[in-house]
Design a protein around this ligand. Structure first.
Ligand code: GDP
Ligand code: MN
Length: 384
């Protein structure tokens, strides 16, 4: 799970890594107001998205005055930022981080990574950090030095590695030793500080940081619970996307399987009208196969909040009822979760679809009237 820049820095700062003074802002006026607290000669406004490569993509803006901070924040917020590391439609910038800008004398690349084969922690270093680094490291394999560290690595090993890229500064060593402790204590898979930079005044600091936490270790970190919950939502949604299904996770307990966005919205409205809460919005795209649909239904069956499934399918056009029924049956056959399934199938091949659900032992209740089907699902979810 990716921790966005400002959260990564807040975490690292607790372990003695020096980071510029900064504040997160969700609006341009908040960004301008943050400058009063930061009190710097100049500022940098940074788009907070879960991806790097922001510099060359226009997501990092230097600003001389608070009013320029306002304008740069306004230009970034609410837009999608496309970088080399995002999908082609980019990531929505819903917050910026405003920091004191420092004049940088040199930029290094420092990272810790878990080697999945040996289980060792790798320390990766390069004297050429910053935005050009990522391109350079792809074309020149010797751009990065790698060193395997034991659990009980000593500060002197860090000092030696830093010295190898020309950093001979006890304070920098202490900071990176602190970063290593942060890496271990928080079950990180990857911690990247790029750039770890020397300012004109001489000190070293983390100008950018990216942390990947291990989702399998989530149970050891109740302090990250909210972040992991958010991640689960995003993760489910992107998984569904890969299977031709638009899915938005919601807070309720009725898992809805619906073909068509309008039908999906109407179904969710009907659930709320009858006193229930949908666990998701779903729109099965017309190009989805029964395998795709199975994947979407599987995601709902894996969600502990879902107490009942409601199928509302109008067969016609490209998506016919038997295709959806095949997908649902396949998902149930792969899962131990035998949740009750209220099926309202109408239109093309509705009878055939009902037959498939019955033959394949899906714990189904066929209800042909839509109002009654929604009512039944609400009743089961309410009793659970
Ligand atoms: P990334 O492109 O997403 O990795 O974003 P970074 O936070 O690493 O910023 C990209 C580049 O912008 C850095 O490598 C720096 O060269 C530059 N940059 C970021 N913050 C500052 C700053 O406070 N001062 C100066 N001079 N440059 C900065
Ligand atoms: Mn960076």
């Amino acid at each position: 799970m990716f921790l966005i820049e400002y959260l990564s820095k807040e975490l690292l700062a607790q372990y003695g890594v020096r980071c510029p003074t900064g504040h997160r802002a969700k609006t341009a006026s908040e960004a301008q107001a943050a400058c009063v607290k930061i009190k710097a000669k100049k500022y940098v406004v940074k788009a907070q998205i879960p991806a790097g490569g922001r510099g060359p993509a226009g997501g990092i803006k230097l600003a001389a005055t608070p009013s320029v901070v306002h304008d740069e924040a306004e230009a970034l917020l609410g837009r999608n930022l496309v970088t080399e590391q995002t999908e082609s439609d980019g990531e929505l910038v819903d917050a910026v981080y405003v920091e004191e800008a420092h004049d940088l004398a040199s930029e290094a690349y420092i990272a810790f990574a878990l080697d999945p084969y040996s289980g060792a922690t790798l320390l990766l270093t390069s004297g050429d950090g910053g935005t050009t680094f990522e391109g350079a490291s792809r074309s020149q394999s010797n751009a990065v030095h790698s060193k395997a560290l034991n659990q009980d690595a000593l500060e002197s090993e860090i000092a030696e590695a830093l010295s190898g890229i020309g950093i001979n500064d006890p304070d920098a060593t202490m900071q990176i030793f602190g970063a290593l402790e942060a890496f271990h204590r928080n079950d990180m898979l990857l911690l990247e500080i790029n750039p770890f930079a020397q300012t004109r005044e001489g000190g070293w600091m983390a100008i950018d940081a990216k942390v990947h936490l291990d989702p399998s270790a989530a149970f050891r970190h109740p302090e990250f619970e909210r972040l992991f919950d958010d991640y689960k939502g995003q993760h489910t949604e992107s998984e569904a996307q890969k299977s031709n299904i638009n899915l938005v996770a919601l807070d309720g307990s009725i898992g809805v399987v619906v073909n068509g966005a309008g039908l999906g919205l109407a179904t969710n409205d009907m659930i709320v009208d009858q006193g229930g809460q949908p666990a998701n919005f779903m729109d099965i795209r017309t190009t989805a196969t029964s395998f795709d649909i199975a994947r979407g239904v599987e995601l709902l069956l894996q969600d502990a909040n879902v107490k009942v499934l409601l199928l509302n399918v109008h067969g016609g056009g490209m998506t016919v009822c038997d295709t959806v029924a095949e997908g649902v049956a396949l998902a149930y056959s792969r899962s131990d979760n035998k949740l009750r399934c209220i099926a309202r199938l109408a239109g093309v091949n509705a009878d055939w679809g009902r037959q498939i659900l019955k033959d394949r032992k899906v714990p189904v209740e066929n209800v042909t009237d839509l109002d009654a089907a929604v009512g039944r699902a609400t009743e089961i979810a309410g009793a659970a």
